[in-house]
Structures are given as structure tokens and as C-alpha cells.
Design a protein around this ligand. Structure first.
Ligand code: NQM
Length: 357
């Protein structure tokens, strides 16, 4: 471990529509208070501007990925995601992040954990926050990651090389409450977990349109209070306990599509409204829309052909390949296949000097 006045080895990467500091586990203290205190100082938290650290003053840019070689024969590397509070001195491993996940394979090649394998390299990743597995496939040339390419993702200017992420079927129930629809104090919801506990709600059930600017929705105090109540009750029902101080479950408001996709979304993560949508959040929306009796019925428009669902969001869309087995009286529904295309980019590689303790 390199620490103290010499600083810490760190790579800043954009992963999908998020940005975070990537570390090898061996370059950080062991999990615990010392590591968390160090990461707060690295990111400049707590401070609304994170002026004295790497954080970008928003939950989407206050993220950390910790990567190591995996002891699991089904994976090449382990990835632990940590959400670092902006204004609060918190480091949480309660949620995963499918956007930072896009940078994990390239980072593993950069750090020599995985050798680049011809023009395309696949890295099998165990996501330690949930125990789920994913495989990321991306371009490599001459043993190095090729970041430039033609893929465009909404919410990121320009183009970059695609990172194709294929998620393996999870062992956790897709419907954590055991029901496709729950009534929370008069509001119908569908609680799903396709990698990220998410509560789906028709925007109209909350008396909003679902096409508003995220900043406008964030200002709506009545909406914030109602979402908070729904989240607390949904958290208990989903088996997550008291979720008052955690970032899961997320809440996705659904409205009819505006641009030819399957559905329009506004996602609360959980207090700020996402400027796009999380990868696993979108995976949950896609799976939820496929379930008969879910709250997406009558709101979403599912294409008749293929398995790709276009999830619209405030800055564009996220396409999710989603194949769901709706279940039977004796068998619970499962998400058989979930896949997305993201991009990632190395922004800097070097030494970060944490604010002094
Ligand atoms: O859902 C934001 C993001 C995320 C998480 C959040 C994510 C995901 O956009 O997979 O990527 O929901 O906190 O980075």
C-alpha cells in the first residue's frame, strides 16, 4: 500500500454516465473505518462542492471502485462498489453500480490483473455488493485497452469504444416482496431487484407527469415527502430493513414513452433525481415492464419484436436486452438475460493525495 505523504495509486475513470476513483484493493487499507475515512478525504467529503478532493459534488461523481483478483473460479476479478457521501461523511457498500462496472474490465487490464486477449478481451467480474456475476467485453489492441470507438451513450458527449456487459441470472428473487404489485398507502408499486432494488411507480399515481426536468422534480417538496414514505415502506417489504439512511431502494417513475422507446423514466437515487438512469436501475425497469400485472402495464409500450427495451430518461435512453420468465403459480419470475452496452474512459492514472486527516 502506498499512503501517507506519498499518496495513493488511483485511476480516475468515467464508467458509463458516472465517474469514480478506481483502486486496487491492495492499494487501500483493509475494509473498515480507516479505509472509509481515507476515501472521504480522497473524495473531499463531506462538503457540498467536494472542493478538496476528487469528487464531483454529485452522487454520480462521488463513487469508488475497489478491484482485486478473484478467488471465485467463476470470476477473474472482484469489484466492490462504494458510494461516498457528498455532504455526509458516509461510505456505503449497500448498493452496486452498473455504470462504474463498465470501467472495471479495462481497469483490470490496465493494472495487469487480466491479460488483454487479442482484439477483444472479456473479463468475468464478481460484484461483491450483491454477489452477482457479469462479463464485460471490450476492444484491446497490442495488449492495451482501446478506449476510442464509435459507441454513443446518452448522457456522455462524443463516442467511445463499447463495453458490452452481460449479467448472469441472479440467485436473489426478482420480486423481493413476492408480489408483482403492492399497494403502499394507496400508491400501486412494483418492487423489483434485477441487480438493484428498485421501486417502480406510475408518475401519474404521484400527480406528476414524468417528463419534468430532474431539477424541477427535486424542488417538489410534496413529491419528496411521498417518495420518502414509499421508500421506507417498500424497503421493509423488500426485506431491506430500515432504509432511512441508505441509497437503496431506488425509485423509478414511469410515464408513456416520448421518443419511440418502451417507457419514459425519472429515477430518484434516492433523493437526487438521476440525470439519466443507472444501468442496474434500467435493468430493473426493463424486467419490471415484462411482468404481467406490474405497474408498467398501461404506461409502457413493449415492442412486439426482439428483447431489447429502450428505457427513456432525462438525457436520452438506455437500451437493455431483457429476457424475463414471467413465472407460473409454482415458480417465481426470473430475469433470464440482461445485457447493456456502455462505454468507459481512463481520465487519469497516478497518485492521489488525500486531504490530511
Ligand atoms: O443502477 C446511480 C449510476 C447509478 C447506479 C444510482 C448504477 C446502476 O448511474 O447500475 O449505475 O442509482 O445511484 O451510476
Amino acid at each position: 500500500m502506498t499512503n501517507g505523504p506519498e499518496g495513493l495509486r488511483c485511476m480516475l475513470m468515467r464508467g458509463g454516465t458516472s465517474k469514480g476513483a478506481y483502486f486496487l484493493a491492495e492499494d487501500l487499507p483493509a475494509e473498515g473505518e480507516a479505509r472509509d475515512a481515507l476515501l472521504l478525504r480522497v473524495m473531499g467529503s463531506p462538503d457540498p462542492r467536494q472542493i478538496d478532493g476528487l469528487g464531483g459534488a454529485h452522487p454520480l461523481t462521488s463513487k469508488v471502485a475497489v478491484v482485486s483478483a478473484s478467488g471465485d473460479p467463476a470470476a477473474d476479478v472482484d469489484y466492490l462498489f462504494l458510494q461516498v457521501g457528498v455532504e455526509r461523511p458516509e461510505v456505503s457498500d449497500r448498493q452496486n453500480c452498473g455504470n462504474l462496472l463498465a470501467g472495471v474490465g479495462p481497469f483490470a487490464v490496465e493494472r495487469g490483473l487480466v491479460a488483454a486477449d487479442g482484439p477483444e478481451t472479456s473479463v468475468r467480474i464478481r460484484m461483491r455488493n450483491t454477489g452477482d456475476l457479469a462479463t464485460a467485453t471490450f476492444a484491446t489492441t497490442d495488449g492495451r485497452v482501446a478506449y476510442d470507438g464509435p459507441a454513443e451513450i446518452s448522457g456522455v458527449p462524443g463516442t467511445a469504444a463499447p463495453v458490452v456487459i452481460e449479467f448472469q441470472q441472479s440467485d436473489r428473487p426478482l420480486l423481493p416482496t413476492g408480489r408483482v404489485r403492492d399497494d403502499l398507502g394507496g400508491t400501486p408499486v412494483t418492487c423489483v431487484d434485477n441487480g438493484m432494488p428498485t421501486v417502480l411507480i406510475a408518475a401519474s399515481a404521484l400527480d406528476v407527469k414524468g417528463y419534468e426536468d430532474p431539477a424541477e422534480l427535486e424542488k417538489d417538496q410534496r413529491l419528496a415527502e411521498r417518495l420518502h414514505e414509499i421508500r421506507l415502506t417498500a424497503g421493509e417489504l423488500m426485506g431491506l430493513g430500515d432504509v432511512g439512511g441508505t441509497t437503496v431502494p431506488k425509485l423509478s417513475l414511469l410515464a408513456p414513452p416520448a421518443h419511440g422507446g418502451a417507457v419514459m423514466t425519472r429515477t430518484f437515487i434516492p433523493v437526487r433525481c438521476h440525470t439519466s438512469i443507472g444501468v442496474l436501475g434500467a435493468a430493473g425497469v426493463a424486467a419490471g415492464l415484462r411482468l404481467r400485472g406490474g405497474v408498467g402495464e398501461g404506461v409502457a409500450q413493449l415492442p412486439n419484436d426482439g428483447r431489447r427495451l429502450r428505457i427513456e430518461h432525462p438525457t436520452g435512453f438506455l437500451d437493455v436486452e431483457s429476457d424475463v420468465d414471467d413465472g407460473t403459480a409454482d415458480a417465481a419470475p426470473v430475469a433470464r438475460r440482461t445485457a447493456v452496452v456502455r462505454t468507459a474512459r481512463k481520465i487519469f492514472d497516478g497518485t492521489v493525495f488525500p486531504r490530511p486527516a
